[in-house]
Design a protein around this ligand. Sequence first.
Ligand SMILES: *Cc1c(COP(=O)(O)O)cnc(C)c1O
Length: 395
Amino acid sequence: MGFSLETRIAQSGLDRSEPRGAISFPIYLSVTFRRPAIGQSSGFDYARTSNPTRLTLEDAVASLEGGAGACAFSSGMAAITSLFMLFRQGDHVVITEDLYGGTYGLFQQILKPLGIRSTFVDTSDVQQVKDAIRDETVALLVESPTNPLLKIADLRALAGLAKERGLLLVVDNTMMTPYLQRPLELGADVVVHSATKYLGGHNDLLAGIVVCKDPQLFERLKLLHKVVGATLSPHDAWLLLRGIKTLAVRMERHQENAFKIARWLKDHPLVTRVYYPGLPEHPGFELQCSQAGGAGGMIAFSVTSPEIAHKVLENVRLFSFAESLGGVESLITYPKLQTHAHIPAETLDRLGIDDTLLRLSVGIEHADDLIRDLQQALEKAQEQAGASIRAQRVP
Ligand SMILES: *Cc1c(COP(=O)(O)O)cnc(C)c1O
């Protein structure tokens, strides 16, 4: 029987063959497992290789993404780093330019000295991706929507290009989750997640997931998973499974709130630009509708001056001024100085990630309360910024 996605999400990890009938899958802390006899195994030998709680989580995410299998790592960065251990000296990867700052750091500071090269382009423009492909290129690593500018990449077109040129298409699906976007169904080969964000959903655990479409690639990933050893602990695997069960209802509320806030921000006199792929005027709107089930809960917006941006951060009450995204509580960040601080200044300038840009991770609170909070913060920002300009003029 084919159940709908919401049903499968709510029953993630529910194992009907669990001997004692537990509805919440047990946390197995045992590191080692007794062998029934020489040459036999219960399927579990040693926890770095496999653990029942972690395996239940991995199977649940693999099923939601439609992959052959998944591996759960101790963080999103551990997942991405372990995956790129598949590659070797001389290999080249084409990557989204406004992507998660940590992934940028991995390629520039860790993989480049090891001889794995990368080129960063605007992956919402397929031609730029085509032009960046060289003989040594082995993979495309794409975020859609991007972070923080929420540009949309044509995942079907990139999958076609990857197939034609014999490349692996890897999609970081952190922002969308399998509830809203399933890149493997659109032709991608690998999906990575920072499960710290929406999958976990409560700002209380670090985790990463890699899902492979192809069973042979999955076997290679499993070897890296156990040998590199950055595996997810049984406790965090359980916490993540618990978070995933409410993913569908959380994502619906996140994006309902985000849409209301984006529409409200658009008309505010101190806001010069709103980036949200759920607004019909967003350049990626149609594409997003064609490949995803919604626009998600992230918004970026620019205000009239850096001073206004600073004062908004100081005056928000309900939004917390904090890094990260995807939790039930609303957060506001300043990408230039926080999440994207290690990207060179000239790149940030070219991308438009400047000191007037703010990013919201919209939570699941009441939308009216969130809008009122932004309204009062913008009002105070205007008063205080005006006052300090007047004070500067006083000799
Ligand atoms: C946070 C994030 C990561 C890194 O994940 P961690 O769990 O913090 O290690 C990678 N990609 C994206 C898109 C992210 O938002």
